[in-house]
Design a binder for this molecule. Structure first.
Ligand code: PLP
Length: 291
């Protein structure tokens, strides 16, 4: 086991209530091959950044964990048990400036009533290049209309499910096109989100982000940035955006818990200006969050 990898198993009873947690060995087998996490991707997760031992936006992550669980008709994750588990893991990584914890709740082993839960923690990769030089992004049609979350809730648009094969495929398509990341667009032309990030654009003194009602994940990083926006003389607002809006924006970022704010330096090969000063301010703020 690498010393910077840690695992906690969150135990549940047959009613789906968390009964407590135990530490476990991350290198040993812990999940059954008949767990629907492995066979169907049937579960939910969160990835929470840890700054020098402080879980960041923990309450928002646990609320979203519960929201995803509700969307999948899974038992409600117990916020106290999960928060304790995340904090215990964060403490073990307090010597590292940047780390993360992934919480997972699955429908459990096929044919058994208990959900399976665990939280895994390790140190973060080095994202200095993405945060300072920026990222090349391609627009990818998600193939869903912007009202898909309303018309077809069974598609689970906007839930953080374990079925991220589509998101991984989008990232590989971006790499095939020579880019670092993707930005999904609805089939009717509205900008949505990245495969693992939220879009934020600056237009004048406003920071704008697409509405969660479009079937995208409500981002915790974006919420924290909008709360801090007045520090930078800016105001955050939710707005529907098109590719033309993005091209015309003063600057744009893909923001997320672990990579933080990655300024977009090109879209479909067309270069655009990045705001180095504001990017540095955003990333400094995100890294220093104590909660
Ligand atoms: N959208 C998707 C699809 C994601 O997977 C993520 C995070 O992984 C985000 C947005 C950004 O959310 P957060 O800022 O809470 O990390």
């Amino acid at each position: 086991m690498a010393t910077h990898e840690h695992l906690i198993l969150v135990e549940h009873d047959v009613e789906g209530h968390a009964t407590g947690w135990v530490t476990a060995h991350p290198d040993l087998p812990q999940v059954r091959v008949t767990d629907v996490a492995a066979t169907r991707g049937d579960g939910v997760f969160e990835t929470i950044s840890i700054g020098s031992g402080h879980p960041q936006a923990l309450a928002a992550h646990l609320e979203r964990f519960a929201r995803s669980a509700r969307m999948l008709d899974l038992p409600e994750p117990d916020p106290t048990v999960w928060a304790d588990a995340v904090r215990a893991l964060a403490d073990l990584l307090a010597d590292h400036e940047e780390a993360w914890v992934k919480t997972v709740l699955t429908r459990g082993v096929e044919g058994q009533p208990m959900p399976t839960g665990w939280a895994y923690a390790t140190i973060s990769a080095d994202f200095r290049r993405e945060r300072t030089d920026g990222i090349d992004v391609v627009l990818l049609d998600r193939g869903l209309r912007s009202d898909a979350a309303t018309t077809s809730p069974w598609l689970l648009a906007g839930a953080k499910t374990l079925s991220y094969a589509v998101n991984r495929a989008a990232a590989r398509e971006a790499a095939r096109r020579g880019a670092d990341d993707a930005l999904f667009v609805s089939s009717d032309g509205l900008l949505l989100e990245g495969p693992t990030s939220t879009l934020v654009v600056r237009r004048g003194t406003e920071l704008l982000t697409p509405p969660a009602a479009l079937g995208i994940l409500p981002g915790t990083t974006q919420v924290d940035l909008f709360a801090a926006a007045p520090e930078w003389g800016l105001e955050g607002r939710v707005a529907t955006l098109t590719a033309a809006d993005l091209a015309a924006a003063d600057s744009a970022w893909l923001v997320s818990s672990v990579r933080h704010a990655a300024p977009i330096r090109s879209i479909d090969g067309v270069e655009r200006a990045i705001d180095s000063e504001l990017s540095a301010a955003m990333n400094g703020f995100l890294r220093r969050r104590l909660r």
